[in-house]
Design a protein around this ligand. Structure first.
Ligand SMILES: [Zn+2]
Length: 228
């Protein structure tokens, strides 16, 4: 397989797959810290096709390139397992608890963003929208987490802020702000979103949210869009 160009950005749309003829090398991801390290084994050409982070680590001149082992001491094993499930099987995360339906989507998006995997970050935004429409819930309780962690790309926090403002009245927004103790960054993001609507803001319904073009929140290089 021709080595991936470091200048070519990872794919961002679901119609792209790596070439199948070169899935011959396995690398090891060692996640967590001793004595609780968990190893995951993944195809090098698959993970470097989709992730800019692994492309740099495995295809560059770092020690990981020679050893085929990537140490990830600060990552969470469950989130990495969800990343690999989505990478191989395109299985989207589902919440097993009642704390928040959006929690697994949010934590995986933050990892996908950090590992420069736009195809995954984009699919997770679509999944969050679908969950919001189906269950008619909003991610008010996770805004602090998103604003603190989604640093590389603003897509998720912009999308989540838009949803919260779209479905909540001013009175409800104030209640959520107090309940979840939104940070000053979150409050500023909410204010900017409110201002973009002008003085006659109307709440958005399920159908309108379902029809929204999400490419405005996706990570794409110029000129690329998701197919309808
Ligand atoms: Zn898109």
């Amino acid at each position: 397989m021709t080595p991936l160009s470091m200048k070519t950005p990872p794919p961002s749309t679901l119609d792209q797959y790596p070439p199948t003829e070169a899935l011959d090398t396995i690398i090891e991801l060692k996640v967590g810290q001793h004595p609780n390290i968990k190893s995951f084994f993944v195809h090098k050409d698959l993970i470097t096709f989709f992730s800019g982070f692994f492309r740099a680590a495995i295809c560059g001149n770092f020690a990981e390139a020679a050893s085929g082992v990537v140490n990830l001491p600060t990552e969470d094993a469950d989130t990495v397992a969800a990343f690999i499930s989505l990478l191989y099987f395109r299985i989207l995360p589902v919440s097993s608890g009642e704390t928040s339906k959006f929690w697994p989507i949010c934590t995986l998006w933050i990892l996908a963003d950090r590992w420069e995997t736009p195809i995954m970050a984009n699919a997770l935004i679509d999944h969050m929208r679908d969950q919001a429409v189906t269950l008619w819930i909003h991610p008010s309780n996770l805004l602090n987490l998103m604003y603190e962690n989604a640093l590389e790309s603003p897509g998720l926090r912009r999308f989540a802020t838009m949803v919260v403002v779209a479905v909540l009245s001013n009175k409800k927004l104030k209640e959520m702000q107090e309940t979840f103790e939104w940070s000053s960054d979150v409050r500023l993001g909410i204010l900017q979103e409110l201002l973009s609507h002008g003085t006659d803001r109307k709440l958005v319904g399920r159908e309108e949210l379902a029809m929204l073009d999400l490419c405005q929140y996706h990570q794409h290089k110029e000129g690329v869009r998701c197919s309808k």
